[in-house]
Design a protein around this ligand. Structure first.
Ligand SMILES: [Zn+2]
Length: 342
């Protein structure tokens, strides 16, 4: 069976089929309140390059990259109320279920989550501040598995915030101090020694505001752990931006842009965590004075834009190959039939 040297997880024909399955849900998305973000949330630059006009679900929401700081962001987005409706009325879960052809249920503690948490703990030993009883805040902490493991291994006292009441109920069952809240509406006078933002930064509505809030909640000398879904590596694995962007991932960072973006938002990198799967990258951050937004060097920006074009070309080429053995047999049978007919 012939195969491309370069392969991607999502075949172009497969993306079309997934989008067809999502179409009825995508239709329903038009009812939510919409808005446009035509300036970069971090550096306020209006200079941009559009990477895709539709997201992976086929929803007409543009994703662009800021030509000053390199932040990747959804331009055509829902309003905060729109996102709240989207997450809470079942559309979000239904869309993912259709895209993956697999029913999404409340986040179960799966093998991946256990491995993820074990990896974090193994790499952070000795790097976290505070004696036993130091305070931990897990933002978007879901059902509390990570926070609970951090309590056990580091002797921290954990507080968790999470917008889903179903997941907060599960976290409370573990005995955690869990609150139904988003970062924007979480009111708390105390500060924390350690703050976690695990696999969440892409979902924030206002990145700059959220990071300012995290700085306020972090004790001087405290550690803020944040990991990113690394956009460039995901492109290499899945396909061009149209195959990976999504209305619910309002922001994306990359290995090359993270340092400057964090600096503008008032954090310096104290450590990096490269033992996660290759499409994720973790950072240990400390508070610093926010720096003025700097122009991303053309030696970084140009290869980034070039990579998107190269990935698109490779992906299109990949699309001319049969998807799998069944597809290959189908194509061969069709060719044979045509030959016989001729
Ligand atoms: Zn920017």
């Amino acid at each position: 069976m012939p195969s491309s040297i370069l392969t991607f997880n999502i075949h172009p024909a497969d993306l079309q089929r997934r989008r067809q399955r999502c179409a009825p849900v995508v239709e329903r998305l038009s009812k939510y309140d919409r808005t446009q973000a035509t300036r970069c949330n971090v550096c306020d630059s209006p200079r941009y390059a559009v990477l895709s006009t539709h997201d992976r679900y086929g929803f007409p929401a543009r994703t662009a990259v800021c030509l000053q700081c390199g932040l990747i962001y959804v331009v055509d987005r829902f309003t905060p109320k729109g996102y709240s409706d989207f997450y809470n009325d079942g559309c979000y879960r239904e869309m993912i279920s259709q895209f993956k052809a697999k029913r999404q249920t409340i986040a179960a503690i799966d093998k991946a989550q256990i491995a993820y948490t074990a990896g974090l703990i193994a790499s952070m030993k000795g790097y976290l501040p505070g004696a036993s009883g130091a305070r931990l805040l897990d933002i978007g902490g879901s059902t509390g598995y990570v926070a609970n493991e951090f309590q056990k291994h580091f002797g921290l006292r954990a507080t968790l915030i999470e917008p889903s009441s179903e997941e907060v109920a599960a976290a409370r069952k573990l005995g955690l101090d869990a609150h139904v809240a988003s970062l924007e509406d979480f009111r708390c006078e105390e500060q924390f020694d350690v703050i976690l933002l695990c696999r969440t930064i892409e979902h924030l509505y206002d990145l700059k505001l959220s990071m300012t809030r995290i700085r306020d909640l972090l004790k001087p000398g405290g550690i803020f752990y944040c990991d990113i879904a690394e956009f460039m590596e995901i492109c290499r694995r899945e396909g061009p931006p149209e195959a990976i962007t999504k209305i619910d991932h309002t922001y994306w960072l990359t290995q090359e842009t993270a340092r400057g973006i964090f600096a503008t938002l008032g954090f310096q990198i104290a450590g990096a965590h490269l033992t996660l799967p290759p499409d994720q990258l973790g950072f240990l951050l400390q508070k610093a004075e926010p720096t003025a937004p700097a122009q991303l060097a053309s030696s970084v920006l140009d290869p980034m834009l070039r990579t998107f074009r190269e990935v698109a070309t490779d992906w299109q080429r990949f699309g001319t190959d049969p998807e799998d053995a069944v597809d290959w047999i189908r194509q061969r049978a069709y060719t044979l039939k045509k030959k016989i007919a001729a």
